[in-house]
Design a protein around this ligand. Structure first.
Ligand code: GUN
Length: 286
């Protein structure tokens, strides 16, 4: 495999984690309290459990306290709103993360909006997303932030480049599109209702896929020398982790590409750790 083409999210995330860990040691010495994250999980979605486990391990490896509160799928919206009220007022908690997706009887938007902005580690509340559109980046949602950090690390030029994003979620596509516009890229956002997807993907200098379907992006759909960022975390026929992009198939044609695993995933977690640290400083007026 041509290693020079690989955008190594694992390696870049390790650099960030090392910095965060050093910062946490300093904080502990000076302020005698480690930063703390509380994660809420409702139900037992298998993918969510894996993501949460990874987040908890990452926190503990850098000295951040991570408490995971798990509730049965029968928890009501009112109970969850109540819980968030309590956590909002708990001064020992710097950051709150409600793992999505939530069960369908719970209105996710209502829940996210209940998290007090100064503890919104995901950056999903309206104030943070509004600031993002305006170019004020105090805190950014994890996956878009992780992708921007990765592009910056590899000094990938954005100004004037045509970036095509597949996916318009509030978590990835929408915030990412705005960050890239603010970085002077020309941005096209495709989604499930886009007609003739290939027409758009073939024009991309940088293609970012956040679809969630295994290996749907193939060599015929991309331009020669494109840069590919794969946000998908899927399972193939053999139950092996894979992205939205058919990695082996596109590799000869691309300029650079993120692997799955080891690309965007670890960067999302590194961005989360940075966000927890940021909230700790904010909440303690440091
Ligand atoms: N589910 C998938 N990605 C995310 C994320 O970044 N944050 C939360 N809270 N839930 C998710």
């Amino acid at each position: 495999m041509d290693k020079t083409k690989i955008i190594d999210g694992k390696m870049v995330s390790e650099l960030i984690k090392t910095k965060v860990a050093a910062e946490v040691i300093k904080i502990q010495k000076k302020h005698h309290r480690a930063p703390s994250l509380t994660i809420i999980q409702i139900g037992d979605n298998k993918a969510s459990s894996t993501y949460i486990k990874n987040k908890k391990i990452a926190c503990e490896n850098v000295g951040i306290i991570c408490n995971v509160l798990t509730y049965p799928v029968t928890m009501t919206e009112a109970e969850l709103l109540n819980l968030i009220n309590q956590l909002n007022h708990d001064s020992t908690i710097d950051a709150i993360l409600v793992q999505l997706p939530l069960p369908i009887h719970i209105n996710s938007e209502k829940i996210i909006h209940r998290i007090i902005t100064k503890k919104d580690v995901d950056g999903f509340t309206p104030e943070i997303l509004g600031n993002l559109i305006l170019g004020h980046y105090d805190l950014l949602p994890g996956t878009p932030k992780g992708i921007m950090l990765l592009l910056r690390h590899y000094q990938i030029e954005l100004a004037g480049q045509h970036v095509v994003i597949i996916g318009r979620s509030n978590i990835v596509g929408k915030p990412l599109a705005n960050l890239l516009i603010n970085a002077s890229a020309t941005v096209t956002v495709c989604h499930s209702k886009t007609k003739n997807l290939s027409f758009f993907t073939k024009q991309a200098d940088i293609l970012i896929s956040a679809v969630g379907q295994p290996k749907i992006i193939t060599s015929e759909m991309i331009k020669e020398n494109a840069i590919i960022i794969d946000v998908g975390i899927n399972r193939d026929h053999d139950n092996k982790l894979c992205g939205d992009v058919d990695f082996e198939n596109v590799l000869p044609k691309v300029k650079m590409i993120t692997p799955v695993p080891g690309g965007v995933g670890p960067m999302t977690i590194a961005a989360l750790l940075e966000n927890i640290l940021y909230l700790y400083y904010q909440n303690n007026n440091l």
